[in-house]
Design a protein. Structure first.
Length: 554
């Protein structure tokens, strides 16, 4: 598709040339043929092929992996803006369909950086990439030398009987903690209060200056070797100091769980016993560590600008059209790897070109069917998700400053159409009355609904719905479901092992077009149902997020 891409200065945002109808028909035929089942293609597969056709553009090598702030991402944003315009959406950005998102990009100079454990006169150098990595997603100081305190899970959730910080002196120290939680804490609660942002609020209030997070070896989506490769890629944050989520943080270290025992040297604690307690979700001890952590950090800083793409389908009812239901998906991916390899482009077909393609196709279907909800629907393709949900947080912050009445978010990120859509995982199913809406829509399509089968993976906070949740807006995220230990679960595990955040997430992988088609229809129907509700979506009284609901949305 790269030869069909073209820039135009006709509109404020540049457009990508859309193939003509004959070209589209040929593309759909080719996609259907390449993915054809034994029976003739059904309408679901045809709908899926139309959606996947956008993926063939967005995940093409010419988009260079769509890293936030890159030229490839801008080309992808221009394409989405053009598609939103053709779907009849109203431009919702400051520059037509585009909303500028100023960023701060930080890339470590590892040859001038170091990390060591200091015990008295003994200094043990830690290997960057092997023992730990220095994260620049938060703040950092050029030099840090501070004592360590092991805080177990490092959580304080009094209503769940958890207070790992009780009795600990964190002042001037680096907090060492497992990114995990006791098993009795509900998944969505541990995901929220265990997020780096919520953790840092607590640690900073107690006087800490940094963190050293030990990854949970029992719930890692990627092996350490793959995680370590990312340390040389740029980290990003929002450039506006008012949007800094980590004020006062001087150091952020991510520790390889296979080597975390080095931190415990000189204590009576058994690392194997600690791991067993983490595996079983049992409480952990907390104590000062007899070592200091010494770090020097050198980094190159730049300030790129990236873009969200915002389109609005105005509601039909004057009473409700100034309330907004948001359909979101992230447009960015990981760009081009700085390491030498045969294939260096992270095309991000599943993560998350297909989610953005669903937004485009839902908008086009609504126009073709002459359907609008009572409320307005925002189609939001955000940037910077891979860098910490940056684009969605920027959009939400600016919307709340305008007192825009955002009433719900429905997010599609890496929904993985690898097998037939018979079950649907809904992150946030039990948290708000949106759960009843998605159940009704799924039941009408003979699709079973399930809650998160693997809560330890913390996926409730790992995509853009979390930016809406944090300001109290009821939200859902959707994904193809499966039973644990089923063939479908094995397919998903294999995909994560081989393709997640890897160049293999490209256009050559097998997909289930019927699943894509059914998912697209489901999102369309769910958006209309929520937009047509007589009342606004609300958190359930039992939800930990009910107290976050903003006054503007009440």
């Amino acid at each position: 598709m790269s030869d069909a891409l073209h820039r135009s200065a006709v509109q404020p945002e540049m457009r990508m040339r859309e193939p003509g109808r004959a070209a589209i028909a040929g593309l759909l035929a080719a996609i259907l043929a390449a993915n054809a089942p034994t029976a003739s293609p059904a309408p679901d597969a045809e709908n899926g092929a139309r959606t996947w056709a956008h993926v063939t553009v967005l995940a093409d090598d010419s988009m260079e992996g769509r890293r936030a702030g890159s030229a490839g991402h801008r080309r992808a944003a221009d394409y989405v803006a053009g598609q939103f315009r053709r779907a009849g959406l109203k431009a919702g950005g400051e520059q037509g369909f585009l909303q500028s998102v100023p960023l701060l990009e930080q890339r470590i100079v590892e040859g001038q950086s170091s990390l060591s454990l200091v015990r008295g006169t003994e200094v043990e150098a830690l290997s960057l990439g092997e023992d730990a990595i220095l994260s620049l997603r938060g703040n950092f100081a050029p030099a840090v030398d501070a004592p360590l305190v092991f805080a177990g899970y490092g959580l304080s959730i009094p209503e769940q009987g958890v207070d790992d910080l009780a009795g600990l002196d964190l002042k001037g120290k680096v907090v060492v903690a497992f990114i995990a939680a006791p098993s009795h804490v509900p998944g969505s609660v541990q995901a929220h209060f265990g997020s780096p942002v919520e953790r840092w609020k607590l640690y900073r209030a107690a006087g800490a200056i940094g963190v050293a997070f030990i990854l949970n070896p029992f719930s890692m989506d990627l092996p350490w070797k793959r995680i370590a490769l990312t340390r040389l890629e740029p980290f990003m944050a929002l450039a506006d100091p008012a949007l800094d989520q980590y004020p006062g943080q001087q150091l952020w270290v991510t520790v390889n769980p296979a080597h975390a025992e080095k931190l415990l040297a000189g204590t009576t604690a058994s690392y194997d016993e600690l791991l067993a307690r983490v595996r079983d979700g049992e409480s952990l001890p907390r104590f000062d560590l007899p070592a200091r952590l010494r770090a020097t950090i050198s980094a190159n800083l730049t300030q790129p600008t990236s873009h969200n793409v915002v389109g609005i389908l105005r509601g039909r009812d004057p009473k409700f059209r100034d309330e907004f239901v948001v359909l979101s998906a992230h447009l960015d991916h990981l760009g081009i790897s700085s390491t030498e390899s045969a294939d260096r482009i992270f095309n991000g077909a599943m993560d998350n070109a297909v989610g953005v393609a669903v937004l485009i196709e839902v908008a086009k279907r609504l126009r073709a069917e002459h359907k609008r909800g009572r409320r307005s629907i925002v189609f939001l393709a955000v940037t910077g998700e891979e860098m910490g949900l940056l684009g969605s947080r920027y959009y939400v912050t600016r919307a709340m400053e305008r007192r825009a009445r955002l009433v719900a978010d429905i997010n599609s990120d890496m929904f993985l159409p690898l097998f037939p859509l018979k079950r649907l995982i809904v992150f946030g199913l039990e948290e708000s009355d949106l759960g009843a809406d998605v159940r009704t829509v799924a039941e009408s399509m003979a699709i079973d609904v399930q809650t998160d089968p693997e809560p330890l993976r913390n996926r409730f906070i790992r995509s853009d719905q979390y930016s809406f949740i944090r300001v109290g807006i009821p939200s859902l995220a959707l994904k193809l479901g499966f039973e644990l230990d089923s063939p479908e679960a094995a397919i998903e595990r294999k995909w994560f092992a081989e393709r997640y955040h890897a160049p293999a997430d490209d256009l050559t992988q097998p997909v289930d077009l019927s699943a894509i088609g059914r998912f697209t229809v489901l999102v369309e129907r769910l958006a209309l149902r929520v937009a047509d509700r007589a009342d606004r979506p609300a958190w359930n009284a039992s939800s930990a997020f009910a107290e976050l609901a903003p006054a503007v949305a009440r």
